[in-house]
Design a protein around this ligand. Structure first.
Ligand SMILES: *[C@@H]1O[C@H](CO)[C@@H](O)[C@H](O)[C@H]1NC(C)=O
Ligand SMILES: *[C@@H]1O[C@H](CO)[C@@H](O)[C@H](O)[C@H]1NC(C)=O
Ligand SMILES: [Zn+2]
Length: 664
């Protein structure tokens, strides 16, 4: 799920590099996997994994382009450029007198045309990262688009932001339909204090595909995707996705430790140097632009994009430190106890963090694609038949690229593209329970997009703080559905433990990522950062959130953090969207609270939820959540949410583990 706020759209227009923001992909999803049994249901009986080649691929013909190299695309962009030039000639300097409503509509149409091209190239490239000709083509088109945007369109946002308040007010009164675009306009006006002059913004935009962080980050992405790893005694070279999946599905602690060591060792040397260079550039750009654009705090720019006050984000981060960290330690102590009894663990290592719990003959068989689709459909139906139908239409309309093939982008995302064409999901489905959760997750984004398309291209993207609502809610429901159907305490415990893996990864781990970024960005002022320094900050953040390892006399349930020091280098979010990661914690906690709300107040819940989702980017989180009686601005909201959501899950798991005699 690439999620981006509307103000990233201008960026999207030119680069659509925001498309590479994907979900919890590396950051949370693929870091946690376990595979509880599904043997109670005949319909869900696990079947042999389908051969990679027979899994469905997406069909991009809806974009209306024949191939990424087709000259139809060049013609389309030529026409777009002409439209943009005409637009500028017609409206620049004349917004006071001409119709703002007409201008916005024209701007929207031109933006849609450009996004079609950038999204098409992006999606095509993401399934063939080893196609150099395609990479080059994508880069060339993106250069053209940056020029079109910088030279002919960017002025518009700045002029709308500058409009005199009285004039704007009278326009709202006199121009019919203009208030439909109110949130688009308001967003531009919120940015205004931080915008630079037209000439400077233009220069930054047209330069960005050639110099600066963008080409660097894209080079680093590619290096990472080309990495291959070799496990001891295994001749086969595997990519990172496969390595992570092997580690997270194995019940053999020694093997898991070896996978982690292989990963960590692989992420040293030239990849680490490239990652450090890219991250230094990103943090450097953030630093100097924050100064020039007059942002007060490190995260303010992201928070403004998310339309979320600094104080709310700070209170989230504080809440996780205070209430989330102790729960996280309690959870891993429980997990350690269970793994000691069931997998003969001597020490709890970092590689055991997402280890599957296998107890009571629960099987680890792979789940077929067909079974995964049924599970998600059934889960969705429980709270929203409307969304279940939308999900099935995404499957049937070939909007999902399913298999994990070499040369494909790792992780998973859902791209909204433009109303009438999107959404499309990229998965790396390998039949794990986690992959089913990912499908439920990305499909939530897809439903969110479909529902919000009616707000139009400029306003359908939800703010980041709400972007994960449908996705995590979808996952939650599928989880509760499976839990309700489990036929033994063992299976229940297995499912619960895997769910808590996810929640801890979204809430605590993502905040530790945020802390790492904070350390890195703060240190950037004193010069470029070396891989060694980054290793240090990474370990510092890890210890702050998971405790000091007990081998070193600390209070952490983890005995050792060996072979983890380079893992900062495989988290793409740091490079693509600085300070993005807290939105996972934000969303997970909001959804946990929403879910409790659903349990106590099912009457009319679907309607309220669909209404929230349909608003897209036209409501901020406070407005959107108030119909549910929730207010994330209240000082105790986050701590309460952590205790009610994560706390209750941990209580449930501890209780069953005691009953089953795994812990005292
Ligand atoms: C206004 O400034 C923000 C950063 O604060 C930037 O992201 C945005 O692109 C600028 N707007 C324009 C139209 O250049
Ligand atoms: C981590 O790596 C070191 C050597 O780099 C090795 O001695 C140690 O056993 C490894 N730990 C694990 C858990 O594999
Ligand atoms: Zn997501």
């Amino acid at each position: 799920m690439p999620r981006y706020s509307r103000s990233i759209i201008s960026l999207l227009f030119t680069s659509s590099s925001s498309l590479t923001l994907f979900t919890a992909a590396f950051a949370s999803h693929h870091q946690s996997a376990s595979r509880p049994s599904l043997t109670c249901q005949s319909t869900m009986a696990p079947s042999a994994p389908t051969a990679e080649t027979s899994l469905p691929r997406w069909d991009l013909s809806r974009f209306g382009f024949e191939t990424p190299h087709h000259e139809g695309i060049d013609a389309h962009l030529d026409e777009t450029k002409k439209m943009a030039e005409k637009f500028k000639t017609k409206y620049e300097g004349k917004l006071n007198t001409l119709s703002l409503f007409d201008a916005i509509q024209e701007y929207e149409q031109i933006s849609i045309r450009s996004t079609l091209v950038s999204s098409y190239l992006h999606l095509s490239y993401d399934t063939s990262l080893d196609d150099d000709a395609l990479k080059k083509r994508k880069g060339a088109l993106s250069q053209t688009q940056s020029e079109i945007y910088g030279n002919n369109l960017e002025w518009f946002s700045l002029d709308v932001a500058e409009l005199d308040y009285a004039i704007l007010t009278s326009k709202y009164e006199n121009e019919e339909g203009l208030d439909k675009y109110k949130s688009f306009i308001e967003e531009l006006r919120r940015q205004k204090p931080h915008n630079l002059s037209k000439d400077v913004e233009r220069a930054l935009t047209v330069r960005s595909p050639y110099v600066g962080t963008r080409p660097l980050v894209s080079f680093f992405d590619k290096e990472l995707s080309l990495m291959r790893f070799k496990l001891d005694g295994d001749g086969e070279e595997i990519n990172m996705e496969v390595l992570l999946s092997k580690m997270q599905s194995s019940t053999d602690a020694a093997f898991r430790a070896e996978c982690l060591k292989t990963l960590n060792d692989g992420l040293s040397g030239s990849v680490a140097r490239t990652a450090a260079l890219s991250l230094s550039a990103v943090a450097g750009g953030w630093l100097i632009e924050n100064k020039e654009r007059k942002y007060e705090a490190l995260r303010s720019r992201r928070n403004l994009d998310n339309n979320c006050p600094d104080a709310v984000v700070d209170s989230l981060l504080d809440g996780v430190r205070e209430a989330g960290v102790p729960l996280c330690k309690r959870f891993y102590s429980l997990k350690k106890g269970i793994l000691q009894k069931t997998q003969g663990l001597d020490k709890l290592r970092w590689s055991d963090r997402n280890a599957p719990i296998d107890i009571g003959g629960v099987s680890n068989d792979k789940i077929s694609w067909g079974a995964a689709v049924e599970m998600v459909e059934r889960g969705y139906k429980k709270f929203s038949p409307t969304m279940a139908d939308m999900f099935m239409s995404m499957v049937n309309e070939k909007r999902i690229d399913v298999p994990a093939t070499n040369g494909k982008k790792g992780g998973a995302y859902c791209a909204g593209v433009v109303p009438g064409v999107g959404p499309f999901q990229l998965l790396n489905f390998d039949g794990t329970k986690q992959d089913v959760a990912t499908l439920a997750h990305e499909s939530g984004h897809g439903c969110h997009d479909i529902l919000a398309y009616k707000q139009g291209y400029l306003q359908y993207h939800p703010p980041l703080t709400l972007a994960e609502t449908a996705s995590i809610f979808g996952e939650m429901i599928v989880f509760r559905d499976l839990l309700a159907q489990s036929c033994s305490k063992e299976e229940e415990l297995t499912l619960l433990m895997s769910k808590i893996d996810d929640v801890v990864n979204s809430v605590v781990r993502q905040c530790s990522f945020d802390r790492f970024e904070e350390l890195v960005h703060s240190a950037r002022e004193n010069g470029e950062l070396s891989p060694d320094e980054l290793d240090e900050y990474w370990m510092q953040a890890l210890r702050e959130y998971y405790g000091r390892e007990s081998d070193a006399g600390g209070d952490s349930p983890f005995d050792s953090y060996e072979n983890t020091s380079h893992l900062w280098s495989y988290v793409p979010h740091f490079h693509h969207v600085p300070f993005y990661v807290y939105s996972y914690a934000f969303a997970d906690l909001v959804v946990g609270t929403l879910y409790n709300n659903f349990l106590t107040n099912k009457e009319g819940f679907e309607g309220r939820l669909l209404d929230l989702l349909s608003a897209g980017g036209t409501r901020d989180f406070a407005e959107a959540l108030s119909p549910f009686g929730l207010d994330p601005r209240s000082p105790t909201f986050w701590k309460d949410a952590i205790n009610a959501h994560l706390g209750e899950l941990v209580n449930e798991a501890e209780k069953i583990a005691k009953e089953l005699g795994y812990v005292e």
